[in-house]
Design a protein. Structure first.
Lengths: 112, 110
């Protein structure tokens, strides 16, 4: 019973590089979202999706892109990494935005 | 804009004590409130979800209450154990997103 799986767990990028953080869930959840967690800031919503083909911006979307081609996968793309994007990123899923949210183990990203 | 505050930021108590963690929020128009546990370097694990129409939820030694009109929730932990040491986060569910507090870091001393 995998739940929400995020890869990689750790990543170091140079400024200007691009990369994709992967998120997959095996619970047939419609709602998926990405958060970043920073000291003193708590968790903040980056992007979310209410189903395949539908995405929308959260609180801090700048510098990130998402797409949702399948129910299972919701990748987060960093277009041109900046030191301000150093953070821990969490993917979450739920049956709807009103149900219990299940979180992945996180990706710790450092941009140098 | 919804804001969620958790007090205290850190709490250290001896094993066996009962304790209360507090969460307050500014906008009462919420769908539900969730309490999560986060261990160091790990993801979030859902502990309890209280729908906006409910007053409390219980799971084992945990009891969470919700007073939507006053914008407050409490998480009560009975007979605390060293394994309860973690950061506890509350989050309120509005339209399409969870808004999190910054958490209470709890240490239970043997």
């Amino acid at each position: 019973n995998a739940g929400v799986t995020q890869t990689p767990k750790f990543q170091v990028l140079k400024t200007g590089q691009s990369m994709t953080l992967q998120c997959a869930q095996d619970m047939n959840h419609e709602y998926m979202s990405w958060y970043r967690q920073d000291p003193g800031m708590g968790l903040r919503l980056i992007h979310y999706s209410v189903g395949a083909g539908i995405t929308d911006q959260g609180e801090v979307p700048n510098g990130y892109n998402v797409s949702r081609s399948t129910t299972e996968d919701f990748p987060l793309r960093l277009l041109s990494a900046a030191p301000s994007q150093t953070s821990v990123y969490f993917c979450a899923s739920s049956y709807s935005d009103r149900m219990v949210a299940f979180f992945g183990q996180g990706t710790r990203l450092t941009v140098v | 804009k919804q804001e969620v505050t958790q007090i205290p930021a850190a709490l250290s108590v001896p094993e066996g004590e009962n304790l209360v963690l507090n969460c307050s929020f500014t906008d009462s128009a919420i769908y539900n409130l969730q309490w999560f546990r986060q261990d160091p370097g790990k993801g979030l694990t859902s502990l309890l979800l209280i729908q906006s129409s409910q007053r409390e939820q219980t799971s084992g030694r945990l009891n969470a209450s919700l007073d939507k009109s006053s914008g407050r929730s409490t998480l009560y932990i009975a007979a605390s154990q060293p394994g309860d040491s973690a950061t506890y986060l509350c989050a309120v569910q509005g339209a399409q997103k969870l808004v999190f507090g910054q958490g209470t870091r709890l240490t239970i001393n043997p």
